[in-house]
Design a protein around this ligand. Structure first.
Ligand code: HEM
Length: 506
């Protein structure tokens, strides 16, 4: 009897345990299922918001949004949700998180913001733009078509031709800036000529229409780089109507120049059999004889203008480099020592420095990257094209994503003495090395299409200026470099260019 009871009890205990176990397993599976469905994701922290403007007030009062991002990061962590007007947004900091957005999950974050301003600037359709359109087969095609021109590979004809163009233009620049203090008007034409020659096989000397065109481009570049509350509060747009109309007029003048001086009669005369000689002809050929893709002449012209407009980024960037160097005589000296060593021909003679010298000049290349780091210009915002996540935080489709490039460029955890100008931080065992966590050109499928041009043209111009001149300050000039954007007003820093004592063989 006792044995029977014991057996019954044991059986009961056994079945109870099995039931509990089954329940636990079922529940655990249910939790796992739920986590898979929802991704086990948390909602990102979000500060208290105000009616109508949401969190816009949190970005106000700072010269650059990055400063606000830093404050938010300290309070809420690496990922913070913001409602800016009616736009659901997210600020993402930390290099792993930024890489996750740009690269690992880049295909989920490949759209761009839908600002009314972009629509107005690109003839009623932001898809006309190269940098602000959403991802599509057509955009991929546009990128592929541009690649061979904007990323010329060493030892190819394209590279050699670009090397000659840069050398000729740099020589011309050097002869112009001797005795002047305002370099920007000369530099902007020089760099624009590199672009028009390389992409369009055209150069312009003492041409008023060209001078006017580069000034218009520079103004557009400056304006497009400013932040507008109206991007998030469209009802404010009417206050910008005059301003936007002014930019549209400038853009129309650029278009007029492009058609008259760059395209000329090539649209009509290029035949289906002709091998395209430059980017312009590739575009014309695609519009006239290409198949499948809806690629209008208007789209092609916008693509061309976006690329040629890249000269503004490089010009303003180079002026900022000089503004750093004017305060860093030792850095200038080291660049000059590097140039002199690489270009020495013997017998107290030197040859002109060229872009193929770049690999032998890690300090000069490091200087370019150190300036890019310190400027910490914004990464063009991305937008999620589907529900997704970053670092376990839920991100809804159509969320606008700001990537905190300032944190990436200036973090104490990633850089030694980040506020000091130290090109040597990019040199490892005598070679230039870019750390993996440094992403000034973004990355993934929407990464910058012009970074090679920045490296090559930036290097070519800087090395040539430094070969001939030492750059000294002009009295009472403030050389504080604005960070967060590449743009500068047209009327900007002056410098004294002091000729070095060196017999250069030209
Ligand atoms: C120092 C100068 C420059 C910097 C720091 C810079 C940086 C950037 C960044 C951060 C992006 C966004 C990348 C992303 O979303 O992942 C971008 C996009 C882009 N950049 Fe640059 N850029 C520079 C110069 C140029 C130049 C000279 C050109 C033209 C040749 C150019 C053409 C483009 C284009 C076309 C895009 C859009 C690519 C796309 O959305 O598919 N950039 N750039």
């Amino acid at each position: 009897m006792f044995e029977y009871l014991l057996l019954t009890q044991l059986t009961l205990i056994f079945f109870t345990l099995v039931t509990i176990f089954a329940f636990v397993v079922r529940r655990t599976n249910k939790i796992i299922d739920n986590e898979e469905i929802s991704g086990g994701l948390r909602d990102p922290p979000q500060p208290m918001k105000l009616p109508l403007i949401g969190h816009l007030h949190l970005l106000a009062g700072y010269k650059i949004p990055y400063q606000a991002f830093g404050v938010l990061r300290k309070k809420y962590g690496d990922i913070v949700a913001l409602k800016l007007g009616n736009v659901q947004s997210l600020v993402v900091s930390g290099h792993q998180n930024i890489r996750e957005i740009l690269v690992t999950k880049g295909y989920r974050f490949d759209s761009r913001p839908n600002f009314e301003r972009y629509r107005m600037l690109f003839n009623g359709n932001k898809e006309n733009s190269l940098a602000f359109c959403d991802w599509s087969d057509r955009h991929k095609f546009k990128r592929d078509m541009l690649k061979i021109h904007s990323f010329p590979r060493a030892f190819t004809n394209k590279f050699e031709s670009l090397e000659t163009i840069i050398s000729n233009e740099a020589k011309n620049l050097v002869s112009q800036i001797e005795g002047t203090t305002r370099i920007k008007p000369f530099l902007v034409e020089t760099v624009c000529n590199v672009f028009t020659d390389h992409f369009c096989s055209k150069t312009f000397r003492k041409n008023e229409a060209f001078t006017h065109m580069v000034e218009s481009f520079d103004e557009i570049f400056y304006e497009i780089n400013q932040g507008y509350a109206a991007d998030f509060l469209p009802f404010l747009l009417p206050f910008h109507t005059n301003h936007l109309e002014k930019i549209n007029n400038l853009a129309r003048e650029v278009r007029k120049f492009v058609l008259e001086y760059i395209i000329e009669d090539r649209y009509e005369t290029l035949t289906a059999e002709d091998e395209p000689q430059d980017y312009v002809e590739c575009l014309i050929k695609q519009v006239r004889y290409g198949q499948d893709l809806d690629f209008s002449w208007n789209t092609a012209l916008f693509a061309l203008e976006d690329v040629v407009g890249g000269h503004c980024a490089i010009t303003n960037f180079l002026i900022k480099v000089l503004a750093y160097l004017v305060k860093e005589p030792l850095v200038q000296k080291k660049i000059q020592e590097e140039i002199d060593a690489v270009t020495y021909l013997g017998d107290n003679k030197w040859r002109t420095v060229a872009i193929s010298d770049r690999n032998k000049m890690p300090f000069t290349e490091g200087t370019i990257f150190e300036a890019i780091r310190m400027i910490a210009s914004a990464i063009v915002p991305r937008v999620s094209n589907q529900d997704s996540s970053v670092n376990g935080y839920r991100i809804k489709k159509d969320t606008l994503i700001f990537l905190d490039n300032y944190d990436l460029s200036m973090s104490e955890e990633l850089w030694d003495e980040p506020h000091k100008f130290k090109p040597e931080r990019f040199i490892v065992n005598g070679h230039f090395v870019k750390p993996n966590h440094f992403l000034p050109f973004g990355g993934g499928r929407r990464g910058c299409m012009g970074y090679k041009m920045v490296q090559l043209v930036g290097f070519g111009m800087l090395a040539n200026i430094m070969q001939y001149f030492t750059v000294l300050p002009v009295s009472f000039e403030d050389y504080t470099v604005p960070v967060g954007s590449l743009a500068l007003p047209f009327d900007t820093y002056s410098f004294n260019f002091i000729k070095r004592q060196i017999d250069t063989v030209i």
